[in-house]
Design a protein around this ligand. Sequence first.
Ligand code: UT7
Length: 325
Amino acid sequence: MSVIRSQIVGCGSYLPAHAMSNAELSKRVDTTDEWIVERTGIKNRHIAAEGELTSDMALAAARAALANAQMDAQELDTIILATTTPDNTFPASATTVQAKLGLHHGAAFDIQAVCSGFVYGLTIADTFIKAGQGKNILVIGAETFSRLLDWDDRTTCVLFGDGAGAVVVRAGTGEGSNADRGILTAHIHSDGRYKEKLYVDGGPSSTGTVGHVRMEGREVFRHAVVNIAETITESLEATGLSVADIDWFVPHQANRRILEGTAKRIGLPLEKIIMTVGEHGNTSAASVPLALDQGVRDGRIKKGDMVLMEAMGGGFTWGSVLARW
Ligand code: UT7
């Protein structure tokens, strides 16, 4: 039986030039390199330069992904940009990327699911492709998260950074088995009861300001480990695969302890985690495609490998995508 499969045919990423170390940060707030490394695994985070926008980083990642896919931008029909930090409240920053790529056809729009944004974007792309709505879709996660931080709040400002990652998803065909190349299953969830645990205390409709990130870290941690393990289980159940079939685990990079805790909980060897949190911290929607690109470029993720992506963030939102590379 021939089925439509959404195949990830290229990826790319971008990090701003300025890497801010824990030592640099400890001059601004009451923190230490030891505390940050021990509690989170983070050593550096990249901070966008003055005037460097989410759309600039998204564009750089998009161009890298298109080059990696050996695809001309004109072949794209849809651009989905996952971001919590758009250039402007409107229009969607995706339309700026579209214009800068020289595209005047198709559709470009932003989605907002905070740290789960890229997993949501991939799920939407998969659904679009299966419904015949698009054939060549660019999915980007890009954030200037540093601009949402309260730089006097040590409980949040040490955790986040800026960056972008992108993939090109192309309509292909398969036999309907787990041997097919492409997305095999995708699952997204949200539960709005937990808004107060992780949110920004501003917005166009509430305060008319941008606001700052507020988080009950320990509570978010607790929910993250449970929700991530659950969504991994549902991906495996939907495909009949087991943890042993996963070649690479590409998680949202929030905290090394969450990633290791999740891996232990599901019985996945730690060597199978693509872990980049140490070098760029939590980049929200950009974190999964940044890690994916790292794993592909350093040769770990190879054609035919089974890749499990997941994320969890504000809302709460969470989800997972299982794909054969
Ligand atoms: O991307 C969305 C998902 N986000 C996440 O998944 C984040 C989940 N949460 C976490 O990663 C962790 O909860 C944190 C890294 C945010 C915090 O780690 P923790 O082990 O849960 O620490 P804690 O919040 O329980 O704080 C422990 C202590 C506190 O001091 P007391 O009350 O024990 O005296 C904090 O005030 O550490 C203190 N503390 C710090 N000390 C030095 C908090 N932040 C810092 C800091 N430097 N930056």
